[in-house]
Design a protein around this ligand. Structure first.
Ligand code: KMH
Ligand code: ZN
Length: 277
């Protein structure tokens, strides 16, 4: 099996310090959480940014400040800004970090209920527009899918030239409104992507570690972090994103799957050179 790429989703847009006081907001908190996760074994930082008071923002300047601060501590880590932002943001707002020319960025491939009255909206035209911009800017999309139909959308847009091969997916499993977090559904998702595609699994909430175990043993990659979960176990809050990463490293070590460095992750994900060649 190829080495395991661990992505740390260090703060997300919806989780707050009320959920866990260690959720980072400020530039220095974000840089420090990213660095600790990197030292623990994460090769990708999935990045959302906040104002100092915790308000989610897609401001290009704030992304630049956070990316610069992370790169100062660990310049080889892969930074993957979110283009999902927070529920309710406009497409223009959401797209801002791609103009900083990151190596990767997320490309959410469908609309999903997000609990209560929240709907995370991604119309077909939004996805096409985001995909096109990423091709023009030579950014590798991490295709975020919250349900199986979103894989089918990505495959259609791949055929139409809005997403390049080889595709890299993130199966987000266990969102209230998306596909459930189960072995059956992971097998369904995995068998629905092309054989040259790679995938990461993000298990939401209490599903984080059991889905990580399934991803590790099925040849997938793993995302963990406060964006997806704030607890190590029921009632036991994590003290940092690095806690989650360390546990995934331990799980992988136990079954003999090695951890990818950022350089190895770049090879596995085909990030080097011109993605359009
Ligand atoms: N915060 C969600 C609305 C992404 O990063 O691309 C969207 C999200 C997906 O987290
Ligand atoms: Zn995100």
């Amino acid at each position: 099996m190829e080495k395991l790429i661990i992505t740390a989703a260090i703060c997300g847009a919806e989780v707050t310090k009320d959920h866990n006081p260690s959720v980072p907001y400020t530039v220095s908190e974000i840089a420090s959480e990213a660095y600790e996760a990197y030292k623990a074994g994460a090769s990708i930082i999935h990045l959302h940014v906040r104002e100092d008071d915790g308000t989610p923002t897609q401001s290009k300047d704030r992304f630049k400040a956070c990316i610069d601060a992370i790169k100062e501590k660990c310049d080889d880590v892969i930074i993957q800004p979110s283009t999902g932002g927070a529920v309710g943001m406009s497409d223009e707002e959401r797209l801002q970090p791609v103009y900083l020319n990151p190596e990767m960025a997320t490309l959410d491939c469908g609309t999903c209920n997000f609990g209560g009255d929240d709907i995370f909206v991604n119309t077909e035209n939004t996805i096409k527009n985001f995909g096109k911009q990423m091709i023009e800017l030579n950014i590798k999309p991490e295709i975020e899918v919250f349900d199986k139909g979103m894989i089918d959308m990505a495959l259609r847009l791949n055929k139409k030239g809005f997403i390049k091969d080889p595709m890299h997916f993130n199966f987000v499993m266990g969102v209230n409104g998306g596909i459930s977090a189960s072995l059956r559904d992971l097998a369904f998702m995995q068998s629905s992507i092309p054989s040259n595609a790679t995938f990461t699994v993000s298990g939401i909430g209490r599903h984080q570690f059991n889905m990580a175990a399934m991803a590790i043993s099925s040849g997938g990659h793993v995302r963990v972090g406060f964006e997806d979960n704030v607890y190590m176990s029921k009632g036991n809050p994590a003290s940092s994103n690095a806690d989650f990463v360390k546990r995934v490293v331990k799980m992988a070590n136990e079954i003999g799957r090695e951890i990818a460095t950022p350089a190895e992750a770049r090879k596995i994900l085909n990030l080097e050179g011109d993605l359009n060649e």
